[in-house]
Design a protein around this ligand. Structure first.
Ligand SMILES: CC(C)(COP(=O)(O)OP(=O)(O)OC[C@H]1O[C@@H](n2cnc3c(N)ncnc32)[C@H](O)[C@@H]1OP(=O)(O)O)[C@@H](O)C(=O)NCCC(=O)NCCS
Length: 248
C-alpha cells in the first residue's frame, strides 16, 4: 500500500511542477511516470469524474483511432456511437475515473459499470482507455487498481473484463492482478475475485480521492494562470506593433 504520507509528498512534488509553463511536447504530458526498479513509490492522481466532464470524456474517446475503439468497445465504434455511449453514461450508478495532464486533457479513463442484473448484484465490469501517446507508463494498471479498490468498497466481489484475445496489454493487467482468463477464440473474458473491503481499502480510497481532487484544482489554477499570461503577452505585443506602425 502507498501510505498517505507518500501520497502527500508526491502530490506536493507534483504541484510544484504545475506552475512550470506547459510545453507542447508529449513528454510534458507525464503526470508522474511508472517507477523504475529501486525508485521510491510514486502516485498518479486518479479522480472520480462526474457528468460535467462529459465533453472531455467524449473528446478522449473520439481521439482513439479505429483499432483502439475496436479494442475498447469490442467493435470499431464510430463517432456517433461514441457520443451515444457518453450520453448514456450513468454517473449515479457507475464510476468513471480519469487521469488529466496539465492542459486538462483526459489522457486516460476507466469505466466501472455495476451490474444491473438482480442475479449478479455484486458484479461490475471494467473498461479502460489510455491515449496512445501516454501508454506504457502504468496508467492502465493504475486505473485498474483504483477501480478494484472502489469496487471492493462498494461491496463488489467479482470484476469482469471483456477483452479481445489479441489485447495483450489489457490481459496482462488483469492477469497480474490475479484474474482468471477464459479465452474463447478471438475474445477473452477475465474474472477477478475481489476480497471484501477493509479499513485499509476505505482509507486509501478516501485519501487518493482527496489528493486527486487537489491535484486537479491545482492544474485548473495553473492553466488559468498560463492562459492569462498568454493573453497579457498577446495584448502587449499588439500594442507594441501598433505603436511601431504609427510612429513616424
Ligand atoms: C490496454 C491499455 C489501457 C493499456 O494501457 P497502458 O497505460 O499502456 O498500460 P500499462 O502501462 O499500465 O501496462 C500494463 C501492462 O501491459 C503491458 N503492455 C503495455 N502495452 C503493451 C503492448 N502493446 N503489448 C504487450 N504488453 C503491453 C505492460 O508492459 C504492462 O505489463 P507489466 O506491468 O507486466 O509491465 C491501452 O493500451 C489502451 O488504451 N488500449 C486501447 C483500449 C483498450 O484496449 N482497452 C481495454 C479493453 S477494455
Amino acid at each position: 500500500m502507498v501510505t498517505p504520507g507518500a501520497f502527500l509528498k508526491a502530490s506536493f512534488h507534483a504541484s510544484r511542477e504545475f506552475f512550470r509553463p506547459p510545453v507542447e511536447t508529449p513528454e510534458r504530458d507525464r503526470v508522474i511516470t511508472r517507477p523504475r526498479p529501486g525508485d521510491a513509490p510514486v502516485m498518479v492522481p486518479i479522480r472520480s469524474i462526474g457528468p460535467s466532464h462529459g465533453e472531455r470524456i467524449a473528446a478522449h474517446l473520439l481521439s482513439l483511432d479505429a483499432h483502439d475503439r475496436y479494442l475498447r468497445f469490442g467493435y470499431a465504434a464510430n463517432d456517433e456511437q461514441i457520443r451515444r455511449y457518453v450520453s448514456g453514461l450513468d454517473f449515479e450508478r457507475d464510476e468513471i475515473f480519469g487521469i488529466y495532464n496539465r492542459r486538462l486533457e483526459l489522457i486516460a479513463m476507466a469505466h466501472l459499470a455495476f451490474s444491473t442484473d438482480p442475479n449478479l448484484k455484486s458484479c461490475a465490469e471494467f473498461g479502460v482507455s489510455v491515449l496512445a501517446r501516454a501508454r506504457g507508463r502504468g496508467y492502465g494498471a493504475r486505473l485498474f487498481d483504483r477501480a478494484v479498490m472502489h469496487a471492493r468498497n462498494e461491496g463488489v466481489d467479482m470484476m469482469f473484463i471483456h477483452a479481445l484475445s489479441e489485447n495483450t496489454a489489457m490481459l496482462n493487467i488483469a492477469r497480474k492482478a490475479g484474474a482468471i482468463i477464459e479465452r474463447d477464440g478471438s475474445e477473452s473474458e477475465a474474472y477477478l475475485k475481489l476480497p471484501p473491503a477493509d479499513m485499509d481499502s476505505r482509507v486509501t480510497e478516501m485519501v487518493e480521492e482527496q489528493i486527486a481532487q487537489t491535484d486537479y484544482r491545482l492544474k485548473v489554477q495553473a492553466k488559468q494562470f498560463w492562459d492569462l499570461l498568454a493573453m497579457v503577452q498577446e495584448v502587449r505585443s499588439g500594442v507594441r506593433d501598433s505603436r511601431e506602425r504609427s510612429s513616424p
